[in-house]
Ligand binder design. Structure first.
Ligand SMILES: *Cc1c(COP(=O)(O)O)cnc(C)c1O
Length: 462
């Protein structure tokens, strides 16, 4: 690996501001500069190799630099780089929309593109809100949204309004619109102090009461299906999503399913909705849509919603929303490449034994006494570290235990990104069994080194 003449680390620290990053700490500590990537590995400017244990923030699906996706982007670039989607259309956007409609629940028939998960959610919110405006007087009170405790739907002001991660969202409260907060059935720290094996999903009863009382004011309910990802991989019991769907139908409230994290195989099926045959009114996808190569999101909805926006121009039923790069052709081509790889490599089929292996090996982590909980949905994993397993008490924030663990993992050649003291494992779906073993071994050793004060070997040069 040839030396990089410029000191990129120093220049970064001089010019840049990183997302979700305390920049004082960033500037004061050594940082990695990534130069290239291949398959499940990232390579830094010093030629060191790292396993990408969180899929470059949950986006990468088939590994980096997959030839099929690379070729799709290259050939699109030669044909059409970008053309507006306001008043024009193009080939890749049409082809992709057809595919997305075919592969999602049967009631979803229309695709609206945007650039990222946050905007994809905003689109669903605005469409639902406007849909109810078009329904006339009897629904004129429907102006609110229900979202869940600990929810994360993105960082724009609308999606933050739905959010429930106090650490990220509290400070912006004066800027936000009010939402109704329902309890997400994440059972490790039950807000009602109930036992999940006997409570019969008590959160559902709470939600039913809320809807019974407020449905006339509610446009839509927004949910992360099966697992609240950014909250710390909080899994919910099987059956809850279906119950939520039934309630939404009963009370005439739209169901918006945010599959930004769970989509594209993460939970073992293409979309988490499929586990319970749920047919939402809106389905939002982003992160994995292009296989983790380019920014693109899609909000899918029903014929019923779509038709409510049809009319003469002067009726002003148009959906007045769009982004400059809506349906960017390169991103659509990348997404087509992504779907092609799913098919040609039987990605979902090959994923099943990996999910089972992951589940089996995660059992070993209970040997570590500071592991409080282990949560898994497909290849989405959260290992929660606690000071005391019995009382579930957290480590003092200033110890930065989760952060220390990922620094240990980095020395051992694995890139992770924790959520507080929850260690997240979310490898590319294409990861091999041997690489998966390395990921688990390193996570285990790193947790052990930090929480039990043991030292082990440093990063090996490759
Ligand atoms: C990441 C994420 C978002 C936001 O997506 P961005 O592309 O980062 O804006 C929204 N919802 C969920 C469930 C997510 O995990």
């Amino acid at each position: 690996m040839k030396n990089v003449a410029r000191d990129y680390e120093a220049l970064d620290k001089k010019y840049l501001w990183h997302p979700f990053t305390q920049m004082k700490e960033w500037i004061e500590s050594p940082q990695l500069v990534i130069q290239r990537a291949k398959g499940a590995y990232l390579y830094d400017t010093r030629g060191r190799r790292y396993l990408d244990g969180v899929s470059s923030l949950w986006a990468n699906i088939h590994g980096h630099g997959h030839p099929t996706i690379t070729r799709a982007i290259q050939s699109q670039l030669r044909q059409l780089d970008h053309s507006t989607f306001l008043g024009l259309t193009h080939l890749r956007a049409v082809e992709l929309a057809e595919k997305l409609v075919q592969m999602t629940p049967p009631n979803l028939t229309r695709v609206f593109y945007s650039d990222n998960g946050s905007t994809g959610v905003e689109v669903a919110l605005k469409m639902s809100f406007q849909y109810w405006r078009h329904q006339g007087r009897s629904f004129s009170r429907k102006k609110k949204f229900i979202s869940f405790t600990n929810a994360y739907h993105g960082d724009t002001v609308g999606s933050v309004s739905l959010g429930g991660v106090d650490l990220f969202h509290r400070i912006y409260k004066p800027l936000l619109f009010k939402t109704l907060k329902a309890f997400y059935p994440s059972c490790y720290r039950c807000p009602f102090g109930k036992d999940p094996s006997t409570c019969g999903i008590y959160c559902f009863e709470e939600l039913e009461t809320m809807l019974g009382r407020h449905h006339q004011e509610v446009c839509a309910l927004v949910i992360e299906p099966r697992i609240e990802a950014a909250a710390g991989m909080l899994t919910s019991p099987a059956g809850f999503l279906k119950q939520v769907e039934t309630l939404c139908r009963k009370f005439k409230v739209h169901l918006i399913v945010d599959e930004v994290a769970t989509g594209f195989g993460r939970t073992g099926k293409m979309f988490a909705c499929e586990h319970e045959q749920v047919c939402p009114d809106f389905l939002v996808m982003a992160k994995g849509l292009t296989g983790g190569t380019l920014p693109l999101a899609a909000t899918l909805t029903t014929t019923e919603v779509f038709d409510a926006f049809l009319g003469g121009y002067a009726e002003f039923k148009t959906f007045f929303h769009g982004h400059t790069y809506t349906a960017n052709p390169l991103a659509c081509a990348a997404a087509m490449g992504n779907l092609q790889v799913f098919q040609q490599e039987k990605t979902l089929q090959k994923l099943q034994p990996k999910i089972r292996y992951l589940g089996k090996r995660l059992g070993d982590f209970w040997e570590l006494r500071h592991v409080g909980d282990i949560r898994q949905a497909g290849v989405m994993v959260g290992i929660e570290l606690v000071l005391d397993r019995e009382s579930k008490s957290s480590f003092p924030t200033e110890l930065r235990v989760g952060h220390q663990v990922i620094l240990e993992a980095r020395r051992r050649g694995v890139i992770l990104r924790p959520l507080g003291d929850i260690i997240v494992l979310m490898p590319p779906l294409s990861i091999s069994q041997a690489e998966l073993k390395t990921l688990l071994d390193v996570a285990y050793e790193s947790i052990k080194a930090v929480t039990e004060g043991k030292q082990t070997t440093g990063n090996k040069r490759k």
